[in-house]
Design a protein around this ligand. Structure first.
Ligand code: NDP
Length: 324
């Protein structure tokens, strides 16, 4: 079968190659999937360059989330059937024509979803939910600031926030990206480099600053997120797309009684209570049609390195999809 092989850490062009690899065998507790579409996250891109939170063992096949049709069930697997389309959060292995994955990593998919939509929802929508609700405690009528608003997580965050009744201020780097944020329901949009952005965000939220910030850029933008937050505001640290170090001075938090909370979906998935609550609330949102996974550009498996580079170069919107 065709699969992408990452030999070592490096740039996508240097280290990502499509290769012929043996088709994986189904083992007890696992299912064999014929992969239809893989959703690409910023984390996949950071993993190739060796900059992600977890240490990566090379060589490996990237692709943390994907959708496919079940070809075979391993011994002991129940609740799924051959021929069923499912989504999967296996961590690696999605950039391949077939993947053998633990049944515990499978997620049911609404019937109405295309393969690309099925591959686009797990990471972004579960993260948006946990950021806005589990950790952000967002309440209807409150303002939330969504950074990188046209990206995969950003578009999901706008949709989930609107479904929860929040008011959204969306920031992104171009007018085109802000247009997408408005289409998805953002109430106020602002260019990321607007020289008056801090003041404008505070004013948009009634002059008091925003009670909730989903912080994904990091670096010097982190201090700005604190400056944009309201008294007793909650800043949820979800990403560091700038890949720059941020300085946190605890005294800054005291001044306006701020709370800074980290969010990593990988560890939240192992928190049984939080994971169960998300699985109770996110699938009905998806099935209701109130939130629709925002599928971005679609690439062939052979063009995977280009797809990864386009994410790094901030050229993409929505969830980048690779079809094997
Ligand atoms: P996106 O599709 O949103 O792509 C990344 C976006 O980051 C770009 O489109 C760009 O938007 C923005 N960005 C800002 N500054 C930079 C920079 N210096 N270089 C590159 N991009 C920049 O990716 P994801 O939805 O996968 O992820 C968004 C963020 O959320 C990432 O930081 C990611 O690591 C994080 N994340 C964290 C999770 C967790 O569990 N903690 C789960 C999912 C995502 P613009 O051009 O508008 O600035």
């Amino acid at each position: 079968m065709k699969a992408v092989h990452v030999a070592d850490r490096g740039t996508p062009a240097e280290v990502m190659r499509p290769l012929d690899l043996p088709r994986p065998q189904v083992t007890p507790g696992h299912v064999l999937l014929r992969v239809e579409a893989a959703g690409i996250n910023f984390a996949d891109v950071l993993t190739v360059s060796g900059e992600y939170l977890t240490r990566t063992k090379y060589p490996y096949t990237p692709g943390m989330e994907f959708a496919g049709v079940i070809e075979a069930l391993g011994e002991g697997v129940s609740g799924f059937r051959v021929g069923q389309r499912v989504a999967c959060l296996a961590g690696t292995g999605g950039l391949a024509q077939f993947a053998a994955v633990p049944a515990a990593t499978l997620l049911p998919v609404p019937e109405s979803f295309s393969a690309a939509q099925a591959a686009a929802f797990p990471v972004s929508y579960l993260t948006a939910y946990h950021g806005l609700k589990t950790l952000g405690h967002g309440q209807a009528g409150e303002w939330v600031l969504v950074q990188a608003a046209a990206g995969a997580l950003g578009t999901a965050s706008i949709q989930v926030a609107k479904a929860m009744g929040l008011n959204v201020i969306a920031m992104a780097s171009t007018d085109e990206k802000l247009g997408l944020a408005r289409e998805l329901g953002a109430d106020v949009t602002l260019l990321q480099d607007d020289p008056e952005r801090v003041q404008k965000v505070r004013e948009a939220a009634g002059g008091r600053g925003v009670p909730l910030v989903l912080e994904v850029v990091g670096g010097k933008r982190f201090q700005e997120s604190l400056d944009m937050a309201a008294n007793r505001g909650r800043v949820i640290v979800i990403g560091n797309a700038s890949r720059e170090q941020a300085n946190l001075r605890p005294v800054e938090l005291m001044k306006r009684n701020l709370t800074v909370t980290g969010l990593w979906l990988t560890s939240l998935l192992t928190d049984a209570e939080a994971a169960a609550q998300a699985m109770k609330e996110v699938p009905p949102l998806l099935a209701s049609g109130k939130v629709v996974p925002q599928v971005g550009p679609v690439y062939a498996l052979a063009d995977s390195a280009q797809a990864f580079q386009d994410i790094l170069d901030r050229k993409t919107t929505g969830k980048v999809i690779i079809e094997p």
